[in-house]
Design a binder for this molecule. Structure first.
Ligand SMILES: N[C@@H](CCC(=O)N[C@@H](CS)C(=O)NCC(=O)O)C(=O)O
Length: 349
């Protein structure tokens, strides 16, 4: 105010110059960055950043085939865009490099157990497209240590991976509960895992979904227990760059389509029937009514393609991490809103 007050005309002039400058910069940035869909189409594949190796979420087998919950989400985007779930280039990224590589456009989208936080959106100029998995941070301990609650961990040596929300929450939790701990930090999942396996820490902390995955990799999984305490909110979400609205819409509505399909009872087995349905909400979903696909810059049957090739949210969950899979994680919060969970997608209309 003082700035404008002392010399209003000069202030206005400087203000305008600054505004024009910002406008030009924003325009340049926008021009540079709004082309993800076009570039993806030109490259013939969605370049998708995934975890370096987390069973159930993103893992590569001996033949080089990727599978997992996050991997399937990448495939769902490819199905919507290309009608071909195989048109994905998987780019494994560790915790530290993931957001930088997205910013540098090495990948089109990051689907890698990444928690949606305010600072990540604002610091790295990103958008988290929508929660694909409601997670929370937990602790795994050797059963032999006889711990039943996280509040009994006072004085423990705790293994954690750096550059994660996990590392930050760990400090908060022990401080808030006046407990002491010795932190053992590792830059990679592998190093953290080996340290826990080798008995260098009394407890390992990570997102609960990851603890389930990591427990499977241990020589004697049942000798280890995941404590019931969950100490944080970890809304995991696919991530895209800011100023890339068209692409954000595609990623966002791919997720919503998978959730809405489950709610509508549309799955990979009955999608053929659904194409012939006379129900208005199913018709909008499969593209026999409206121009929803065209508005996304895609085809009419964009959502049907996702379900045909990859499946609805529940199918993807059960196949990769659900109680019938080796991980065996109950749906919990990731159940639909009308079945006791909090998954809720805006409608296609
Ligand atoms: N959701 C948390 C944790 C995600 C995370 O990166 N966890 C580690 C620890 S288990 C991981 O997946 N590491 C694999 C890697 O860096 O290759 C976050 O977004 O910070």
């Amino acid at each position: 105010m003082a700035f404008f007050g002392r010399n209003f005309a000069t202030g206005l002039l400087v203000g305008c110059v600054v505004a024009v400058g910002v406008g030009v910069a924003a325009f340049a940035y926008e021009r540079y960055d709004t082309r993800t869909l076009k570039r993806t189409e030109r490259r013939g594949a969605v370049h998708c950043g995934v975890n370096t190796g987390l069973p159930g979420f993103s893992a590569k087998d001996a033949q080089g085939n990727w599978s997992g919950f996050d991997v399937d989400f990448c495939r769902a985007i490819a199905a919507a865009v290309f009608d071909d779930p195989k048109k994905v280039v998987f780019v494994p990224l560790d915790a530290k490099e993931r957001f930088d590589e997205l910013g540098k456009r090495k990948i089109d989208v990051l689907a890698r157990n990444s928690t949606w936080t305010m600072s990540r959106e604002t610091e790295y100029y990103l958008h988290f497209a929508g929660v694909s998995y409601y997670d929370g941070q937990g602790f795994m301990v050797p059963r032999a240590n006889n711990k039943t609650s996280a509040l009994e961990l006072d004085g423990s040596k705790v293994c954690v991976q750096t550059d994660t929300t996990t590392e930050l929450n760990l400090g908060d939790y022990f401080r808030a509960n006046n407990m002491k701990y010795e932190v053992k930090k590792y830059p990679s999942l592998d190093e953290m895992f080996k340290a826990y396996e080798g008995g260098q820490c009394d407890v390992m902390t990570a997102d609960v979904s990851q603890l389930y995955a990591l427990r499977l990799k241990l020589g004697r999984p049942n000798d280890n227990e995941i404590l019931a305490d969950v100490i944080s909110k970890e809304p995991l979400s696919p991530v895209v760059r800011q100023k890339d609205d068209d692409w954000l819409l595609i990623v966002k509505w791919t997720l919503f389509a998978m959730i809405n399909a489950e709610e509508l009872g549309i799955d990979s087995k009955n999608i053929g029937e659904a194409m012939k349905s006379t129900k208005p909400d199913v018709k909008r979903f499969v593209g026999t009514e409206g121009e929803y696909g065209e508005w996304l810059g895609l085809n009419k049957d964009w959502a049907a393609r996702i379900i045909r090739h990859v499946g609805n949210y529940g199918e993807v969950y059960e196949r990769n991490v659900g109680t019938g899979s080796p991980l065996g994680i109950p749906r919990g919060l990731n159940q639909l809103w009308n079945s006791g969970g909090i998954l809720y997608a805006p409608p296609i209309r």
